[in-house]
Design a protein around this ligand. Structure first.
Ligand code: BES
Ligand code: MN
Ligand code: ZN
Length: 494
């Protein structure tokens, strides 16, 4: 069961919860504020502990007190907030760290005190509680089944509890849960999540939230000439699927946005098979698709004034007697022919058909996201997504959306000189060039299929999964990207 978050106006130190989390601005001392009150309630040990830990509220400092019945909270966790101006990003982080800590000490309830005067703080804190409380334990049995779980979260504010604040907490809970769904899908093993089951989940989300969902199965994909998705999936016993989800606003739409996700439920590399070492991580090669499903659920809760389409290309890349091969040439939904060079560069093929499909919807913007290239992780490290766009003015929008969402994204260039590497002697285009600039050539290949439509491509290969928890992200699937896309949508919605 996910944590249930509510809103309360109270004094944090009088809030009944197993753990209460309070952010402390830099320069704190035991002479004032929460530290002074703790010293008063818990005695001199507070001062010596603060002194020993040199806790002054610097960013990322933390200190913890057990109250032993002297106060309503069982434990109080203080987190240093640093000296900069605080935003909702800090609130989300504070709440997530608090919830993660609470999980670690087997708490069942956690409360986070939201600093006053921060825009969108309540929603972000609720998101943070849900994101920080997240664990994936579905396949643990016996002794390994967790005996404790965070069941209740409280966002504690100073002012009055208004309807707007309550709605914000509820929205935050729903956004958080949507992102946790993306995490679940990424963390689920590939024998459970395959194209058909992924499509089923998307259809279920659609049903739950009143979204229109169309699933193209093998016959429909063949009929429409989506030969690239079919090619990637033809070596697998699991047939590919294309899923199209639609959110339509109640009133007049201010625009039409399409989000596309790579949904490789497993990427063995195909005939150009990957090394065994780390191959299990390729169960997460559907992170882009998981994000799109999560985004659509979040959009249904947010109800923006724009039409939002979610398109996922789901396939499994496997080697067998029917698998596609280097040298094969396939047509595409777009009409152009593609020569296959490396069967491990399968994501861009699936995306090419999805992008051409999205383009036919005549949207104002296409955003695709994909665990596309290892080269992107080499370039930017495991916590930063690389993004590309064919409109410079969109780069600024994307940058500020990512910043406002607290996610790390960095623009990379569509270097025209590298386009030459995609020339084929035998077909209209080939899908890989040489090793250099591998993230860029992947993006250049995708660009061929979007035409003139404003487009952003996000390579999430690094941050879609995490080897250890950090920020609001959990180990394993993260859902990195969803908060940024939501911000982008809110920007269009006004
Ligand atoms: N899914 C992988 C990219 C990937 C690598 C994602 C590591 C997450 C972590 C993708 O399909 C792939 O195999 N890309 C190749 C492309 C190459 C064959 C041109 C790569 O990055 O090596
Ligand atoms: Mn691959
Ligand atoms: Zn892949």
């Amino acid at each position: 069961m996910p944590i249930k978050v509510n809103l309360a106006s109270s004094d944090p130190l009088s809030t009944p919860a197993d753990v209460v989390v309070v952010g402390v601005p830099e320069g704190a001392s035991t002479g004032e504020g929460v530290l002074a009150r703790l010293a008063e309630a818990l005695g001199e040990s507070v001062k010596s502990q603060v002194k020993r830990d040199d806790f002054t509220g610097k960013k990322d400092q933390s200190i913890e007190f057990a109250t032993r019945g002297a106060l309503k909270p069982g434990r109080v966790l203080l987190l240093g907030m640093g000296s900069g101006r605080l935003t909702d990003v800090d609130c989300r982080l504070l709440a997530a760290k608090g919830a993660r800590f609470a999980n670690g000490v087997r708490a069942e309830s956690v409360a986070v005190a939201v600093p006053p005067g921060i825009e969108r703080a309540e929603r972000a804190a609720a998101e943070g509680l849900v994101l920080g409380a997240y664990r994936f334990t579905r396949y643990l049995t016996g002794d390994r089944v967790p005996k404790f779980g965070l069941a209740r979260g409280t966002v504690v504010i100073e002012g009055k509890v208004s309807k707007a604040a309550r709605d914000a907490v509820s929205l935050g809970q729903q956004v958080g849960e949507a992102i946790c769904l993306a995490r679940d899908l990424i963390n689920e093993p590939p024998n459970e999540v395959y194209p058909e089951s992924l499509a089923r989940v998307a259809a279920g989300v659609g049903k739950q939230h009143g979204l229109k969902v169309t699933v193209l199965d093998r016959a429909a994909l063949l009929k429409r000439g989506m030969k690239l998705i079919m090619a990637v999936g033809q070596g697998s016993a699991r047939e590919p699927r294309l899923v199209h989800m639609v959110y339509s606003p109640a009133g007049k739409a201010k625009g039409k946005l399409a989000f596309v996700g790579k949904g490789l439920t497993f990427d063995s590399g195909g005939l150009c098979i990957k090394p065994a070492q780390g191959m299990e991580e390729m169960k997460g090669d559907m992170g882009g698709a998981a994000n799109v499903i999560a985004l659509m659920a979040a959009v249904a809760a947010l109800k923006p004034n724009v039409e939002v389409h979610g398109i996922i290309g789901a396939a499994e890349n496997m080697p067998d007697g029917a698998a596609y091969r280097p040298g094969d040439i396939f047509g595409s939904f777009d009409g152009r022919t593609v020569e296959i060079i490396n069967t491990d560069a399968e994501g861009r093929l699936v995306l090419a058909d999805c992008l051409a499909y999205a383009r036919a919807l005549k949207p104002d913007l296409i955003v695709d996201n994909a665990t596309l290239t290892g080269a992107c992780v080499v370039a930017l490290g495991p916590t930063v997504s690389g993004f590309f766009t064919n409109r410079e003015e969109l780069a600024e929008r994307m940058r500020s959306a990512a910043k406002a969402a607290g996610e790390s994204m960095w623009q990379l260039p569509l270097v025209d000189e590298l386009r030459e590497g995609l020339k084929s002697d035998w077909a209209d285009i080939k899908h890989t060039a040489d090793r250099w600039g591998g993230t860029i050539t992947a993006a250049l290949f995708l660009r061929e299929f979007v035409g003139d439509v404003p487009w952003i491509h996000v390579d999430i290969a690094g941050p879609s999964t995490a080897s250890k928890p950090y920020g609001v992200f959990s180990k394993g699937g993260t859902g990195h990207g969803v908060l940024t896309y939501l911000r982008l949508i809110e920007g269009f919605s006004g």
